[in-house]
Ligand binder design. Structure first.
Ligand code: NAD
Length: 435
């Protein structure tokens, strides 16, 4: 089928490339000329495992352009995967989605289905359909709007798309549902056809449930520290219960990224706007805000301030497997260290280029974990990269000025750390070799 995709971020590009891999003719549109240039050269502008390879393999089915008119005019299906960032009041900023809707209305010359993949508040699909039908230039064509929320996770986005847990299709009429079934014909995964508002709600309810699960376990971890229980043992015991499961039970210093923070706030905003309260989500948001400061508060046990201290920061992306820094805890913690006079050295396998754009000076960017921790007075682990998890613990002892490691992601087994002289403070577990 002839498909256009608006937006080539984590969702749009992965969607476009995966659809091309199933034989569709896909044109990916972005307003960012630099991104389009990179993609035209056969490269991916974002780091996502397996994406570049798949792009190259299916390049004959893929076109990248800034020319939306060319892309939308004759498309049978147009996916919208542009951003819906948080506004100051917590609601979702829909201006990018409506901009694409306007472009579609002005351009389309054949019947087509516009598919909203961006995460949008309940009722937005209805508004977009009315908006497009009102503004459409060619009144002879019929434009339908369908909701098709995206559930991929950054870091495993390609796998999550090709082997999705489910494809949710929200429609009000039979035709757009049939078109989407055809689009996803070769995806051997469960497909669920529901009403548009339900599809929109499925997305928010799913993301917010996961955020809630994280905040819940973080609160339990905080209590574990106080009462002397070990959160790892606790979650292992909980996870065997199939009703709970092991996933999303890793205690840490809070969630970040482009989805959980904004999607919890957007649902909370929507509830308030409708004179309703969603107290569990509000609690998840509050807990997460506090949790981001958990590690920096722990540092006070070891130093009164950071003036002239060498602080190694391992990991700056919001999670492993991505170069994305949106709402990463590093963006809260590193400025505090700098304000306090620390010499900050950062190591991250893929996130440093983006971090450098925000902090070009003042920070020493390191090529290896060893370089970052050499002569460090303290080390903070903010992202659980495999390279950090597999790092030889004895090197902290050998290379640091003082081997104090504060681990915000529980990367190491306490039994292993006990074999060293490292002072190791993590989340929801007792401190090894306390000072
Ligand atoms: P992103 O910021 O990475 O990408 C958005 C892209 O849209 C950018 O490249 C931008 O230049 C482009 N764009 C803006 N206006 C445009 C226009 N008029 N025409 C064409 N392109 C335009 O965003 P993302 O992370 O891919 O998220 C997109 C949406 O999907 C959001 O609503 C998000 O909540 C949702 N979502 C994201 C994820 C995720 O893990 N990132 C997962 C599920 C759902």
């Amino acid at each position: 089928m002839k498909i256009a995709v608006a937006g080539t971020g984590y969702v749009g590009l992965v969607t476009g490339v995966c659809l091309a891999s199933k034989g569709h003719e896909v044109t990916c549109v972005d307003v960012d000329e630099n991104k389009v240039k990179i993609m035209k050269n056969g490269d991916s502008p974002i780091y996502e495992p397996g994406l570049s390879e798949l792009m190259k393999e299916h390049k004959n089915n893929l076109v990248f352009t800034t020319d939306y008119e060319e892309a939308y005019r004759e498309a049978e299906v147009i996916f919208i995967g542009v951003g819906t960032p948080e506004k100051q009041d917590g609601s979702a900023n829909l201006s990018y989605v409506f901009e694409v809707a306007k472009q579609i209305a002005q351009t389309v010359q054949r019947d087509c289905v516009v598919v909203i993949k961006s995460t949008v508040p309940i009722g937005t699909n209805d508004k977009i359909e009315s908006y497009i039908r009102d503004k459409q230039k060619n009144k002879d064509v019929c434009i339908y709007v369908a909701s098709n929320p995206e559930f991929l996770s950054q870091g495993t986005a390609v796998k999550d798309t090709l082997c999705a847990s489910r494809i949710v299709i929200g429609v009000e009429e039979v035709f757009p549902g049939e078109v989407l079934k055809k689009v996803y014909e070769k995806f051997d995964v469960p497909k669920l056809i529901v009403k548009r508002r339900s599809a929109e709600m499925i997305k928010y309810a799913s993301n917010d449930f996961l955020a809630l699960k994280i905040s819940y376990i973080n609160e339990i971890a905080n209590l574990c520290e106080i009462v002397g229980a070990n959160i790892e043992e606790v979650t292992e015991g909980m996870g065997y219960d199939a009703r709970i499961g092991h996933r999303f039970l890793n205690a840490g210093i809070g969630y970040g990224g482009s989805c959980f923070p904004k999607d919890t706030k957007a649902l909370n905003w929507l509830a308030n706007f409708n004179d309703n309260e969603i107290r569990t989500i509000r609690a998840a948001i509050e807990v997460n805000e506090n949790q981001k400061f958990k590690l920096i508060k722990k540092t006070k046990k070891y130093y009164d301030d950071f003036l002239f201290l060498n602080v190694a920061v391992l990991g700056c992306t919001f999670k492993p497997g991505t170069d994305d820094l949106r709402e990463a805890v590093s963006l809260v913690n590193v400025p505090l260290l700098l304000e306090d006079g620390a010499n900050v050295r950062i190591w991250d396998p893929v996130g440093m280029e983006n971090f450098k754009k925000k902090y070009p000076n003042k920070i020493q960017y390191c090529n290896s974990i060893e370089e970052a921790i050499t002569d460090a007075d303290i080390c903070l682990i903010l992202t659980e990269w495999e390279e950090i998890k597999n790092f030889d613990l004895r090197k902290y002892e050998k290379l640091m000025k003082k081997p104090i490691v504060l681990d915000g992601r529980n990367c190491y087994q306490l039994e292993e750390v006990k074999k060293t002289n490292i002072t190791y403070d993590s989340i929801g577990r007792y401190t090894v070799n306390p000072q």
